[in-house]
Design a protein around this ligand. Structure first.
Ligand SMILES: [Zn+2]
Length: 199
């Protein structure tokens, strides 16, 4: 267990070092599964390990955001609340907001302008304006069941209302990056870019 955790931490630290050397402003990752433990127990474990990661990066002056991602399944650590709390309690941690995962995790909710607006409002309230000015967002089409994420789809083959999301991002004058995680990668990135420019 310890070895597996250490190997995961090393991968995050190595990725952060490389990304920082390339001039990136953040790196993101999926933090883990609950694996039969309570969310509160897993939260404390992940918090302690992330604290260690950040301390090791700070010792080497690697100044880059480390971003745990909102995840798509109820078995995975990574609700919006968990990620926000980590960001509040630790230095150098900020959320990676994967809106499609959140949509899948809620089995179809979080798919309207009002709901996207509400998420951005929560981020601003809990983490301050900077959370909306240096955003790291993931979007893709997504197939899901009652248990959450099944697999990623291209936006046009999914029910994800990306235009509503882009409207909300524009309304809050958000800054940062929106990364397409659709199977067609660039195509949906361009689709969103074009749509955003036409708003
Ligand atoms: Zn993602």
């Amino acid at each position: 267990m310890w070895e597996k955790r250490e190997a995961s931490k090393k991968r995050i630290i190595d990725a952060a070092k490389r990304a920082y050397a390339c001039g990136a402003f953040s790196v993101c990752f999926h933090a883990g599964f609950y694996q039969g433990r309570t969310p509160a127990e897993i939260y404390e474990i992940i918090k302690a390990e992330l604290k260690d990661i950040v301390e090791r990066l700070q010792q080497q002056s690697i100044d880059i955001w480390i971003r745990p991602e909102t995840t798509g399944k109820a078995t995975q650590f990574g609700t919006l609340e968990e990620i926000i709390t980590l960001s509040n309690e630790l230095e150098q941690i900020m959320p990676c907001i994967d809106f499609s995962h959140m949509h899948a995790r809620s089995a179809g909710k979080l798919n309207s302008y009002e709901e996207f607006y509400n998420v951005l409002e929560i981020l601003e309230k809990e983490l301050g304006k900077k959370a909306l000015k240096e955003m790291h967002v993931h979007v893709s089409g997504i197939e899901y069941s009652a248990k959450g994420e099944r697999y990623h789809l291209n936006l046009k083959d999914s029910d994800f209302k990306y235009k509503e999301l882009l409207k909300a991002l524009k309304e809050f004058n958000c800054k940062g990056v929106v990364i397409s995680e659709s199977p067609n990668i660039e195509e949906d990135a361009l689709l969103m870019k074009k749509c955003f420019e036409e708003l």
